[in-house]
Design a binder for this molecule. Sequence first.
Ligand code: 3PG
Length: 306
Amino acid sequence: MKVLIATEKPFAKVAVEGIRKEVEAAGYEVAVLEKYTDKSQLLEAVKNVNAIIIRSDKIDNEVFDAAKELKIVVRAGAGYDNVDLAAATAHDVVVMNTPGQNSNAVAELAFGLLVYAVRNFYNGTAGTELKGKKLGIHAYGNVGRNVARIARGFGMEVYAYDAFCPREAIQSDGTHACASVEELYKVSDIISLHIPATAETKNSINYALLSNMPENGILLNTARKEVINEAEVIKFLGDHPKFKYITDIAPAATAEFAEKFPERYFATPKKMGAQTAEANINAGLAAAKQIVGYFKSGSEKFRVNK
Ligand code: 3PG
């Protein structure tokens, strides 16, 4: 069996070593394709491999067509919107993710970005503090829960809305559960997005929703760029001169955001939420173990395609 690690944005070296150990201990071989710049390199590398470990790497029908021996793809991370699940199923390939393994890293980055935002990008002017502010967590999954935990350490009031998480589960954490997404945006000074990119959520963060927030609100995105209705958020920022948009995923219209709102818009140069040694080790090793478990015992835990 041959397992390919295909990561345009590489794992920490220590995580690659860990994956290699795990895979080789099972008697399998490892191949590595990192920092590739063209899809043709990926199409070449997937020939003759039986499993692939990926991050945000795009795995589409063309990749499945090229990977004739492929049996399983594991997304070392939470969101699997980068994998064409229907194409995977059509090619008889199992797709899994590794939920929760990188969530603390993303949550910690959210606060790194938030402090930067409320201290006016460290430009020397007087900013504000997070203590006492109301933080609205939009989707209360693994990252959302970690954000809530850290927010309490900052002395923030924590609110959440999640269409799929029971109210009691949110409240048992000491987080206020909102009855609707509009209520969450109304009550919060800062919104932290943790929704996946799905048909329902794409473009859902729009002018009308943000209109519920205070004039000096902050929208923080460590989730996906696709959930943002960029044209409407640009208009909203234009109409609300104190509102800030801070993101770990550069928008498609990044030049326009940067040019129009230099003091109220910030994007990390490369998506950094999950980019820690710990998160890479956790997610990478989980992916390796899931592949070995699938081949050795047929375990389909964390399978995301039917
Ligand atoms: C995830 O879905 O797990 C995060 O967005 C991290 O993505 P990355 O592995 O591409 O950094």
